[in-house]
Write a protein that binds this ligand. Structure first.
Ligand code: KMH
Ligand code: ZN
Length: 304
């Protein structure tokens, strides 16, 4: 009997892309992040991709202490796999971005597989008023900003976190990033099964067209054969359509307010759990089964 395929739902709880003025539902501060993450896990997310934000200003905070404020609460309430960002915010140095994953030693950490322009500034056109001064400067600054992930940076994060037994969510924003990943695999610095998060619709990366998704899939198949778990992240309005398309083709899915603030056109998502419930309903409607955290650990060969 062939094993039934299980789909891993990742929930990216708050991120560093959106700013508090865009949605009052964006979790900021340890209490809100913990509560929202726990709700997402209860709704069916097997993996929680986590960033920290200052409680007052909502500004991304990449200090290990900020993560230590919510990690114990999440771990004591859920069995979900903890995934700590090493992307932080595109404005931060690589060393700063690395610290929470390095100090907290999670089962998973994100690893961004190449440098890109990271265009947050188009959002300035949509959001005129900002509650906090940092928000406007942050979005404007992305006009002239490179999200830096050189080969040296990637190797540094890879070797530092691997020493703790941490494995990776390899974030690939374009086709070249898949080739970068193949390069590190060839050098023996990473081991299958790879967890490849293909990211669509970030200005500076590959677009959100179904042909883009097909091309990333074909390229990953050619480079990695059966040795990878594929996951789909569609930014903004592309979140649910691309997750659905990918799931029908064998992918795992990522949702959460980090990637989209919306539950449907024109309506803000009030919780991360609502997006998890939405994709879960779609997957179950397609007769796909949802992976538990234990099943996700097995599929991704995590330390547990
Ligand atoms: N916000 C996503 C598009 C990271 O945290 O390493 C990418 C991300 C980066 O999740
Ligand atoms: Zn992230």
């Amino acid at each position: 009997m062939p094993k039934t395929r299980k789909v891993i739902i990742t929930c990216a709880v708050t991120g560093a892309i959106h700013t508090p003025s865009m949605s009052s539902y964006l979790p900021k501060g340890a209490d809100a992040i913990a509560e929202s993450a726990i709700g997402a896990a209860e709704a069916g997310a097997a993996i929680l991709h986590l960033h920290a934000r200052d409680a007052q200003t909502g500004r991304p905070d990449q200090t290990p202490d900020a993560f230590r404020e919510f990690l114990p609460r999440i771990k004591s309430s859920t069995d979900a796999v903890i995934n700590i960002t090493t992307g932080g915010a595109p404005t931060m140095s690589v060393e700063e971005r690395l610290q929470p994953a390095l100090k907290c030693g999670p089962e998973l950490a994100s690893l961004n597989m190449g440098s890109i322009n990271f265009g947050l500034f188009p959002m300035l056109g949509r959001y005129k008023e900002f509650e906090h001064e940092w928000e406007r400067a942050y979005l404007e600054g992305s006009h002239d900003l490179v999200f830096k992930n050189t080969f040296k940076d990637i190797e540094h994060i890879l070797t530092a976190c691997s020493a703790n037994g941490t494995r990776f969510e390899f974030e690939c924003y374009d086709v070249g990033h898949l080739y970068n990943l193949a390069h590190f695999l060839d050098r023996g610095l990473i081991e299958p099964p790879l967890f490849i998060q293909t990211v669509f619709g970030i200005l500076g990366g590959i677009g959100p067209h179904p042909e883009d998704l097909m091309h990333m899939r074909r390229t990953a198949d050619r480079l990695f054969g059966q040795d990878y778990q594929w996951s789909i992240l569609g930014a903004g309005r592309n979140q649910m359509p691309l997750a659905t398309m990918g799931a029908t083709m064998g992918a795992n899915v990522r949702v959460g307010l980090e990637d989209s603030l919306w539950i449907r056109p024109g309506e803000l998502a009030q919780t991360n759990a609502s997006q998890v419930e939405r994709i879960r309903g779609i997957l179950e409607g397609l007769s796909l089964e949802i992976a538990t955290p234990e099943e996700a650990r097995e599929l991704l060969a995590l330390k547990g």
